[in-house]
Ligand binder design. Structure first.
Ligand code: PBG
Length: 326
């Protein structure tokens, strides 16, 4: 049979497939999220996030050194705060002697080449488990901005490279940029969680931090999963307000949003392969229902193919190890 078009010629062997491969996942694309907890020499596995742990600072430093040795350039840090330190105004978030501030200072001293992205949001520190200040059941936007501003200054003073506001309050990027600049931190970047959806896929993360909302949900600030244009609006506002990097979160269920944002964005686009997306692969792999390594590479590559320049994933170290073996 005569067949002029035979696309399979370009798939004939590994060498040809490598030559024609359109999307290449690179270790430079990856950001590894890590959780830090109080104490010494303690690794507390997170049941719903297999392979991830809450680490005390000494062990966290080792983990960051290991990540660096495999070529990972950046880590996203989240603090586990004991219930006794939580209050309605997330006061611990601005404490210059807090675990988180200490963690930033130590990591910058011990592993200076590692780019730090540090979470700015009330929920790890809030007795209400919300990303905003709660008054009579309402999430108060502008009071929250002031709290976030103080938190951002503490992290900037401790030496973070990027503050990463994940709260979804209105106007926070512009506000935080101004606060940073006015206080001499014009070189501290902002990695904005711009299009962050009210997703069911954050469950394991909230287990990790014990940060689930005590009442209600996050739908008055995080976005409706059904909306695309609104996500673009959020991204554009954040770019106008001074974001250095914008993020879409979650990643896999929002590849269409990533693609659209990439077409329009004038700053690098990040995507967060979130805890629930990771846990789904882990759970199916544990049951023997799929090949974990293949699924990990396929799904994270799809996030890059959609247009993400930067991928936050709990698989970052596994991917880095795999890529270093090739
Ligand atoms: C909250 C925050 C969340 C995540 C990152 N920052 C959870 C939430 O919004 O409730 C989720 C990350 C993940 O699920 O991996 N500021």
């Amino acid at each position: 049979m005569y067949n002029l078009q035979r696309p399979r010629r370009n798939r004939k062997n590994h060498g040809i497939r490598s030559l024609v491969q359109e999307t290449k996942l690179n270790v430079d694309d990856l950001v590894l999220p890590l959780f830090v907890q109080e104490g010494k020499n303690t690794n507390t596995p997170i049941t719903s996030l297999p392979g991830c742990s809450r680490l005390t600072l000494d062990l966290l430093i080792e983990a960051v050194k290991e990540a660096s040795s495999f070529g990972i350039k950046s880590v996203a840090l989240f603090p586990v705060i004991s219930e006794s330190l939580k209050d309605s105004k997330a006061t611990e978030g601005k404490n210059e002697k807090s675990l988180f501030a200490e963690t930033i200072r130590c990591l910058k001293a011990e592993v200076p080449e590692m780019v730090l992205m540090t979470d700015v949001a009330m929920d790890p520190y809030s007795s209400d488990g919300h990303d905003g200040y709660v008054q009579d059941g309402e999430i108060m936007n502008d009071i929250t901005l002031e709290i976030l501003g103080e938190m951002a200054l503490t992290q900037a003073a401790a030496g973070t490279d990027f503050i990463a506001p994940s709260d979804m309050m209105d106007g926070r990027i512009g506000y935080l940029r101004e606060v940073l600049d006015e206080n001499g931190f014009s070189n501290t970047g902002i990695m904005a969680y711009s299009a962050k959806y009210a997703s069911a896929l954050y469950g394991p993360f909230r287990d990790a931090l014990d940060s689930a909302p005590k009442m209600g949900d996050k739908k008055t600030y995080q976005m409706d999963p059904a909306n695309t244009i609104e996500g673009i609006r959020e991204v554009m506002l954040d770019i106008d307000e001074g974001a250095d990097i914008v993020m879409i979160k979650p990643a896999l269920a929002y590849l269409d949003v990533i693609q659209k944002v990439k077409e329009l964005s004038t700053v690098p686009v990040a995507a967060y392969h979130v805890s629930g997306e990771y846990a789904m692969i882990k759970a199916a792999a544990e049951k023997g229902w799929l090949d974990e390594e293949l699924a990990m590479m396929e799904l994270t590559t799809s996030i890059k193919r959609a247009g993400a320049d930067i991928i936050f994933t709990y698989y970052a170290l596994d991917i880095a190890k795999k890529l270093s073996k090739k």
